[in-house]
Design a binder for this molecule. Sequence first.
Ligand code: AMP
Ligand code: ZN
Ligand code: FE
Ligand code: FE
Length: 288
Amino acid sequence: MAIDLHLHTHFSDGTFSPEELAGHAASHELRAVALTDHDTVEGCPRMAAACEKEGLEFVPGSELTAEWDGNELHLLAYYMDIEHTRLLRELARFQQVRKNRIREMAERLNKLGVGLEAKAVFELANCQSPGRPHVARALVKGGFCGSLDEAFERFLKWGKPAWVPKCKMSAAAAIALAHEAGGVVVMAHPGLNRTDSFIPALVESGLDGLECFHSKHSTSMSEHYLQMADRHGLLVTGGSDCHGNSKGRPLIGSIKVPYTHLERLRERWRSRRHAETSPAAAPGTAGH
Ligand code: AMP
Ligand code: ZN
Ligand code: FE
Ligand code: FE
C-alpha cells in the first residue's frame, strides 16, 4: 500500500478541496496521505475529517517557504501540533506578508495600466496563504491575460514587471519552529533546487529527512537522495506534489511511495514527543 506525503488543496495554490483530494487518494488506493499546503495548516482539520470518511490515515503538514544562504528551499513539516500558539502566530505573520506582496503586485500592475485589484485576488484565493498562482488566475478571470502562462510570462515571473520577492523564513528558524510545535522536518524536492551543498548544515540545524521520491525526480535523482539520506542518517519520504488541476493533470497517484517510510517518520515523531514529555527520560535515553 502506497502513501503520498506531499499534497496541496485550495487552502494554498491547489485546486482540489480537501474532500476532493481525499476522494482521489482513496480512488488511487493510497493508505495514507499528508496535506502540505504552503505556509499554512488551515486545511488540516477538514482534510483530517475527509480522510476519516474515506478510511485513509492522515498526516497533518505544511510546506514552509525557507531560505538558506539566499537560496529558496521548501521544508515539509509533518505532525506539528496545528494549534501550537507560536506556530500559528508565525504562520499568520507570513500570511500577512504574502497578502502585502499581492497588494504590491496589484499596485505594479495598476501602474502598467492593468486594472487588477488586490481584493479580486483575495476573493478568488479565499484562503490565508495566497500566492502568485492566484494573481495569475485573477488576471485570466479579469480578462487581462488569455492564460496562466501568459500571466507569468508577461508579469509575474522573476524579472518581469509585477514580480515581487517573497519573504522566507531562515531554514534554521523554520526547523526550530516546526520542532517546537512537535513536528518532523523534511527537505522538499531536493532534486529541484540546487541545495545539496546545504544539506550537511541543515542536518546540523536538525533536519530530519529528505523527500527522495517526488513526481519530478528522475530515478537517478531518487537514488542519489536515498544514498544521501543513508549517509546522513536521514528519514526518507515521498509525495507527488499534486496541485489538482492547476499545473497540468493531477499528480496524485503518479508515484508509489512505500508505507514503511511513514512508519519511520511516525516513529521519529513519537519518540521525540515521548522524550519531551517524559520528565524521567534521561539524556541519551530518548524514545527507548
Ligand atoms: P509564489 O509562491 O507565490 O511565488 O508562487 C509560486 C507558484 O507559482 C508555484 O506553485 C509555481 O509552480 C507557480 N509558478 C511559477 N512560475 C510559473 C509559471 N511560469 N506558470 C505557472 N505557474 C508558475
Ligand atoms: Zn504550490
Ligand atoms: Fe515546493
Ligand atoms: Fe509543494
